[in-house]
Each structure stands twice: as structure tokens, then as C-alpha cells.
Ligand binder design. Structure first.
Ligand code: USQ
Length: 383
């Protein structure tokens, strides 16, 4: 398959590109290094350096014998994106080209504006480039479980049957996101649903939970092929952060009461899910929404797991409940369906103690590079 990956330099984009290329697909990645630039601007650099996209692709070709085409371009520049879509004629586009940090989006006006413009602009341009140059292409878009928020009823996979005054209709499941970043994903979904209904676009929107992990089948332990691993408060997701904190001897930063429940998944399962979506495209005029996670935990449960994994290798891990910088429910009902990807064949890699220990051992090799100033939250939701 000819696959175009937008945001191909990211934590998910680069491993996805390697995975598809290793399976023999014809892969082109597009990125403008927005995340690398924001990381520099906010002193939120990853734990270890990652070669730039051109060098990563050259290294991957040298080690795996497969070519990944690289385009350094901004998906918000329609003419560039249009040219790339025309040149590559993709059968699937995987769209990760968004500013992915909730804290960054809540930092102030400039960051909020940049998040809104970048995320909506990239989605809008992608839709138009496909409508004009590859109308049969299947768009696989990365959404987020955070679109749903934490409602007091079960979370369905994208849609809800509503009965009102004796009549019924299926609607997009109600969404109420907890950050501007998450809200841009809600708006993306609405935009996509509009173009699916009116122009017959083919879309799979993946509602993904927080991801953890550092290694995939294609990295083969070669750090230069590993994804950017963040532990800072801006780009680091909670599990990755907790593992670094454990290694650095910093008490795990549980925000507030720690009863916040989310659906988590291993990076290896992100790759599986995207591959399954690509292998099972939807029809024209269909928006498929899949909830992409494998296990639900509270933050307190995650902290306890990291503590247990630390104990296994002789690290005494402390936990500290600190004031929550975010505005979110800390003690709530959460029951999200996640059956559709299992039905397509997903075989989950669960968060076992071995998995956490292995990640911690990798982090230990970089212990000297951990900068404690990046760990505590620097952004508050209410300014
Ligand atoms: N949390 C802590 N302590 C920390 C960091 C986080 O208690 O040190 C809590 C947060 O308050 C939140 C939960 O852990 O309740 C998850 O936080 P996170 O930073 O791992 O995840 P989030 O900000 O929601 O964003 C991440 C990715 C984002 C993706 C999202 C999926 O950065 O791109 O969309 O996970 S989801 O959370 O399902 O919306």
C-alpha cells in the first residue's frame, strides 16, 4: 500500500513509519519539526537525542534495507501538502500532524492560538488535498479518548443511539474535552464528519488513550531509531514520566487525588491498531470511530504499579499527591468500550511488571541526562 504519514517525526509517527515500511509498504513521512521546536522553546527536550527525520530514514534504510521517503513540510501550507499528495498518490493517510500536548495548549494565548491553528488547519488541508487529489484514499486520523471527557455514563465507540420523544437517531457521542488541545480533536472529528457526509470522504478516527513505551520491533534496541521519549510536564505522558521520576528518585507526581481514570496502551499496540485500521478500510461516506486503548487505570493504580516494578529492581519509589495543575475530575465514573479493534484482531501488549522494568532499565542508562527542572508541572489550567 502507498501510505502517507503526516507528523512522521513524532512519538507515534516515526515508529508507525518504520513499522509500515518493514512490512513492505511504500511509506512517505511529512513533518515540519513543530514538536522539536516547541520542546526547545519550552525547555522540554526528550530524554535522549533523536536524529532528524532525514538521518533516521537513512539509518533505517541501512539497517532494514527499506526506504522511507521524507518530506520536510508544513501540513498547514496547503500548496506543499497538495503537491505531496499528488506526487505520492496515497491509498492511506495516517494523520498525526498535530500539536499533541494538553499543557502546552493551556499555557497562554500564543500557545492556544498555535494549537488551534495548527491542528484544525492540518486537518482541513488534509481533507481538501484528499478530496482534490486522492478521493478514494482512506484517512486514518488520530483523535483522543479525551474527546469524550469523563461522563457519568458508559463511553461508546464514537456514536450514541438517542431516543427523544419517542423517536430515535444515532449521533456522535457527546464530547466535552478538558483542554484546548483535546478540544481541537473534538473539532477535527466534527470537521471530518461534515466532509464524510457531504463529500463521501473515507475516515477512521482513532480515539486513543495515553501511550507509554520506548521500544518497538523495528528499533531492535538501537537508540537512534527509538521514538522521542519525553518525561517533561509538556510532552511526557504520565506512565513515561513516572518511570523517569522513579529512576531519578523524584516522588511520583500524582496530580490531586489520583482517581483520574484513563484508558492506556503500549506504543506497540498503537502500531497494531493503525495497521489494522489500514488493512480494513471503510467505504466512501463512512466515518468509523474506534476507541484505542487496552487497559483502564487510575493514576494511583499507575503509581502503585511503577512502585512495584521499582521494588523488583531495588529502587525505592515514593509517591506524592501534589496540587492538580489541571481542571479535571479526580474521582469519577469511567467505563469506556474498546471492542472494535479487538474484533479486528488487536492482540494487546499489557502493562506487566516486566514491561515496566524493561522500560525502567532503559531509562537507567540515561539517568545522568534527567533534568529534574522539567518534571514538576509548569502550566496551570487556570493561568
Ligand atoms: N497526570 C498525573 N501526574 C503527572 C502527569 C499526568 O497525575 O505527572 C494525570 C493527568 O492529570 C491526567 C492523566 O494523568 O489525569 C493522564 O495525563 P497524560 O499527561 O498522560 O495525558 P494527557 O494530557 O491527557 O495527554 C496524553 C497525550 C495526548 C493524548 C492523550 C490521550 O499527550 O496527546 O491525546 O494522552 S487521553 O488522555 O486519553 O486524552
Amino acid at each position: 500500500m502507498r501510505i502517507l504519514i503526516l507528523g512522521g517525526d513524532g512519538y507515534l509517527g516515526w515508529p508507525t513509519a518504520m513499522s509500515f515500511a518493514a512490512q513492505g509498504h511504500d511509506v512517505c513521512v511529512v513533518d515540519n519539526y513543530l514538536r522539536r521546536n516547541i520542546a526547545r522553546e519550552t525547555s522540554s527536550e526528550a530524554l535522549f537525542d533523536n536524529p532528524n527525520l532525514v538521518d533516521r530514514a537513512a539509518l533505517f534504510e541501512a539497517t532494514h534495507g527499506k526506504r522511507i521517503r521524507v518530506e520536510i513540510a508544513d501540513c498547514n501550507d496547503y500548496r506543499s501538502l497538495e503537491r505531496i499528495v499528488r506526487d505520492t498518490g496515497p491509498e492511506a493517510v495516517v494523520h498525526y500532524a498535530e500539536q499533541p500536548s494538553a499543557p502546552y495548549s493551556m499555557r497562554g494565548f500564543d500557545e492556544a492560538r498555535r494549537t488551534l491553528d495548527n491542528n484544525l488547519g492540518a486537518t482541513f488541508n488534509t481533507v481538501w488535498a484528499l478530496l482534490q487529489h486522492a478521493p478514494e484514499c482512506h484517512l486514518i486520523k488520530l483523535g483522543t479518548m479525551g474527546e469524550y471527557g469523563t461522563p457519568n455514563i458508559d463511553i461508546e465507540e464514537g456514536w450514541l443511539d438517542v431516543e427523544h420523544n419517542g423517536r430515535r437517531q444515532k449521533f456522535l457521542y457527546p464530547r466535552q474535552a478538558g483542554s484546548l488541545y483535546h478540544t481541537t480533536k473534538v473539532l477535527d472529528t466534527d470537521l471530518l464528519w461534515f466532509y464524510v457526509r457531504t463529500h463521501g470522504l473515507r475516515v477512521t478516527d482513532l480515539m486513543q488513550g495515553p501511550v507509554y513505551g520506548i521500544d518497538t520491533a523495528e528499533t531492535r534496541g538501537d537508540q537512534r531509531l527509538m521514538p522521542n521519549f519525553h518525561y517533561d510536564d509538556i510532552f511526557g505522558t504520565v506512565v513515561n514520566r513516572f518511570l523517569v521520576q522513579a529512576v531519578a528518585g523524584i516522588p511520583l507526581t500524582v496530580y490531586g487525588k489520583g482517581g483520574q481514570t484513563r484508558g492506556y496502551l503500549n506504543l506497540k499496540d498503537t502500531l497494531q491498531c493503525v495497521a489494522l485500521a489500514a488493512a480494513h478500510p471503510v467505504k466512501r461516506g463512512e466515518l468509523r470511530i474506534l476507541n484505542q486503548f487496552t487497559e483502564q487505570f487510575t493514576v494511583n493504580q499507575l503509581a502503585a504499579r511503577v512502585q512495584a516494578a521499582g521494588a523488583r529492581i531495588g529502587i525505592d519509589v515514593a509517591v506524592k499527591n501534589i496540587e492538580n495543575p489541571r481542571k479535571e475530575a479526580e474521582d469519577h465514573y469511567y467505563n469506556a468500550k474498546h471492542q472494535a479493534l479487538l474484533d479486528l484482531g488487536l492482540e494487546p501488549h499489557l502493562m506487566t511488571e516486566e514491561v515496566l522494568v524493561e522500560m525502567m532499565q532503559h531509562v537507567i542508562r540515561h539517568k545522568a541526562a534527567i533534568d529534574p527542572r522539567k518534571v514538576l508541572p509548569r502550566v496551570r489550567w487556570n493561568g
